[in-house]
Design a protein around this ligand. Structure first.
Ligand code: BES
Ligand code: MN
Ligand code: ZN
Length: 486
């Protein structure tokens, strides 16, 4: 469990406290002695500290100085990280609650501090008997005039935080638990009571729909595939045509017959991070009652080299009739996504965005600090997504969809092949997917930022939840009028 964030308007009895300010003159009266203020000044002005802590024996007081930084996004990110750092000390002290005093009257900064604190408390302990190091923080209480006036911001934040953690949990679950069937079940369970309608296509339905990509990848597995469909269609939706999110749900990627060598298979339980982010986001949008019609499509299977597994040179037929020569069974994500992107047409979408841990090439190109993005007929939407990403620090960088890359995945034997040349692998993968779209489309290759092998501040160890805060922010802006078509 991560802590929940609430507003408080009463002065609490003494306990752990964080004071947010930007200038010494804004320090609230009655908390600090003259000596403490002097010490604080020295820490901030001479030693360039942003967080100054005072150990009051039974509790701590921190003063967080908002970074002098013109770029608001960077200021928010520094604040989230400060929140994580403070939460670390609180948990080490076995603290259960902390108060944040917004002496600056800056709601965004205050919520960012709480966000970093809460997300920094995330742990995946399901398989641990020893709970010695379990985090203790349960409540983050905010005292802020401006947030008090604004209304229900904390309930939206709590919904979002819960969604990020749900996504992380799914990603961290090993394949020994999380089969395609269990993925669908966990999503259905989470969606209960949210107003989201759920439908899970089983093997027979997938076969009847001729989803040859998903069926092909699944051939080497002893577990059946699933195709989960989520829909949130509120009465007052601002859009007539839905926004459709598609997520790659490879619950484990061995590479298939093109078995992954060496250590490259170690983290492949996270190859469903796109599907997890889509599920978590749609459920959060519904729980927050955001008036937008959204659909989520999550094809899921593991990719294994079982007896009936695809072999190099096999030809499969995607849902829309396109034939694909499978030259590498480890390029499986694009095969199951092709079915889903083709299926998305049924919804007559205004925009489709897919999230997929698709290529090592994306990781090599930009590392883990963002996603590789491509668009076709969705220029404005991608600009909005970029600035949303910068705001929540789930950044993305655009790559081109030039025709020449598309020529590189033409096959002599079939319509397409699933393997391009060694260069620009994330782009040829994106071009492959584009072939199955007929609507404004954005592709996000999240292979870099979806998973951390080492803890990275509030982004945690293991699943990061990348995509949930990004899409939630994008949809929030979409509703507020940043129209996205064209
Ligand atoms: N799931 C992997 C991509 C991946 C790599 C995700 C590293 C996260 C971290 C994907 O299915 C894959 O194996 N891609 C191949 C494609 C290649 C065979 C064209 C790759 O990138 O090597
Ligand atoms: Mn693969
Ligand atoms: Zn994969």
């Amino acid at each position: 469990m991560i802590p929940s964030v609430t507003l408080t308007n009463i002065e609490q009895e003494l306990g752990h406290l964080v004071v947010i300010i930007s200038k010494f003159s804004h320090l609230p009266a009655g908390i600090f002695s003259t000596a403490e203020k002097k010490y604080m000044k020295e820490q901030v002005e001479n030693l360039h500290q942003q967080i100054v802590s005072f150990n009051r024996l039974s509790y701590f007081v921190w003063v967080y100085f908002i970074k002098e930084e013109k770029d608001i996004s960077k200021r928010l990110e520094a604040t989230r990280k400060a929140g994580d750092q403070i939460a670390g000390t609180l948990n080490a002290q076995k603290a259960k609650r902390v108060a944040i005093f917004d002496a600056e009257n800056d709601g965004d900064i205050t919520l960012a501090l709480a966000e970093g604190m809460a997300l920094g408390c995330y742990q995946f302990l399901k398989y641990k008997k020893d709970r010695e190091n379990e985090n203790t923080l349960e409540n983050i209480e905010i005292y802020s005039k401006v947030l008090e006036e604004e209304g229900d911001n904390t309930s939206k934040l709590n919904i979002l935080l819960e969604a990020v953690c749900f996504c992380r949990d799914l990603v961290n679950e090993p394949n020994s638990f999380l089969t395609a069937t269990l993925f669908a079940k966990e999503v259905e369970k989470m969606a209960e009571g949210s107003g989201v309608t759920t439908e899970v296509l089983d093997f027979e339905k997938i076969a009847a729909l001729k989803m040859g990509g998903l069926l092909g990848v699944n051939q080497g597995s002893f577990e059946p595939p699933t195709f989960t469909i989520l829909e949130w269609k509120p009465a007052g939706a601002i859009n007539v045509k839905p926004v459709v999110f598609v997520g790659k749900g490879v619950v484990y990627d061995t590479g298939g017959m093109n078995l992954k060598p060496g250590d490259s298979m170690l983290t492949m339980k996270h190859d469903m991070a796109g599907a997890a982010a889509v599920a978590a986001t749609i459920i959060a949008i519904a729980k927050a009652n955001i008036p937008v019609h959204v659909v989520g499509l999550m094809p899921a299977t593991d990719n294994r080299p079982g007896e009936r597994a695809l072999v190099s040179g096999d030809v499969i037929t995607i849902h829309n009739g396109t034939t694909v020569e499978v030259l590498n069974t480890d390029a499986e994500g694009r095969l199951i996504l092709a079915d889903a992107l083709s299926y998305a047409k049924n919804f007559n979408p205004e925009l489709v965005i897919d999230l997929a841990t698709l290529t090592g090439a994306a990781v090599r190109a930009i590392g883990k600090f963002g996603a590789a993005a491509m668009q076709s007929n969705a220029r404005e939407a991608l600009e909005s997504l970029k600035s949303s990403g910068y705001h929540v620090y789930e950044r993305l960088v655009e790559f081109p969809m030039w025709d020449e890359y598309g020529d590189q995945i033409k096959s002599d034997l079939a319509d397409l092949k699933n393997l391009g040349p060694p260069e620009a692998g994330m782009i040829t993968a994106g071009k492959f997917l584009e072939k199955f779209t007929s609507y404004p489309y954005i592709h996000l290759d999240i292979a870099g930022p979806a998973f951390n092998e080492k803890r990275d501040s509030y982004r945690a160890l293991g699943g990061t939840g990348y995509g949930v805060r990004l899409l939630f922010e994008f949809v929030r802006r979409f509703v507020e009028g940043e129209r996205v078509n064209g």
